[in-house]
Ligand binder design. Structure first.
Ligand code: FES
Ligand code: FES
Length: 206
């Protein structure tokens, strides 16, 4: 889709802004390490596509899925409505709560602020992809054991953020857990339980 929202002085485009905004506070550190590296070339190919739906494929939780989506569709919409992966929640739909956190190539992003077409051949991991061989990821089990979920709207995003932390830091301090979840908002106030669950899962994963 051709981007007509070019700001001449800054050179910032609407599409470029959303690509950056898609990264969670944790994932933003990966912006320069190449989460969306190579997308400029891809945009050259895509600019004549749309507004009608187009066919794409996407690697989601290790499976190649076919989609027919409009170029304006977000990754959150594609996951929930087109692929029926409703574990990813949409709460604010504007990049401020991180309820929609998924991983793209193991980097957390806000799926509501990421265009589905910009995923390209990168791998998307959602909350449905964490359990392996019918067994919950230790952080999922810890959330159950520590009663870290009330209404549940923030829970998949919280789990994706804390699971990402544990994949990189097997022995986090509580301050590091708070830092990893700083973009995840919980209206029910489950934070102390989330922190306990994460520290407990870290011990069990040793
Ligand atoms: S629903 Fe995506 S950040 Fe809130
Ligand atoms: S459990 Fe309700 S918003 Fe977090």
């Amino acid at each position: 889709m051709e981007d007509k929202h070019i700001t001449p002085k800054s050179g910032i485009t609407r599409r470029g802004f959303i690509k950056g905004a898609g990264l969670t506070t944790v994932g933003s550190v990966a912006l320069q390490s190449g989460v969306f590296a190579g997308t400029e070339k891809t945009e050259e190919v895509k600019k004549d596509l749309g507004p009608d739906a187009v066919n794409i494929t996407m690697n989601v939780n290790g499976k190649i899925r076919k989609l027919n989506i409009e170029p304006r569709a977000t990754l959150a919409k594609a996951l929930r409505e087109d692929l029926q992966l409703t574990g990813t929640k949409i709460v604010c739909d504007r990049g401020s709560c991180s309820a929609c956190t998924v991983w793209i190539d193991n980097t957390p992003v806000n799926a509501c602020m990421t265009f589905a077409m910009d995923v390209g051949d990168k791998e998307v991991t959602t909350i449905e992809g964490l359990a392996k061989n019918g067994k919950l990821h230790p952080i999922q089990q810890a959330f159950i054991d520590h009663d870290a979920s009330q209404c549940g709207y923030c829970t998949p995003g919280m789990i994706m953020s804390t699971a990402h932390l544990l994949s990189r830091n097997p022995n986090p301090t509580i301050e590091e857990v708070k830092h990893a979840t700083r973009g995840n908002y919980c209206r029910c106030g489950t934070y102390p339980h989330v922190f306990e669950a994460t520290l407990s899962a870290a011990k069990k994963m040793k």
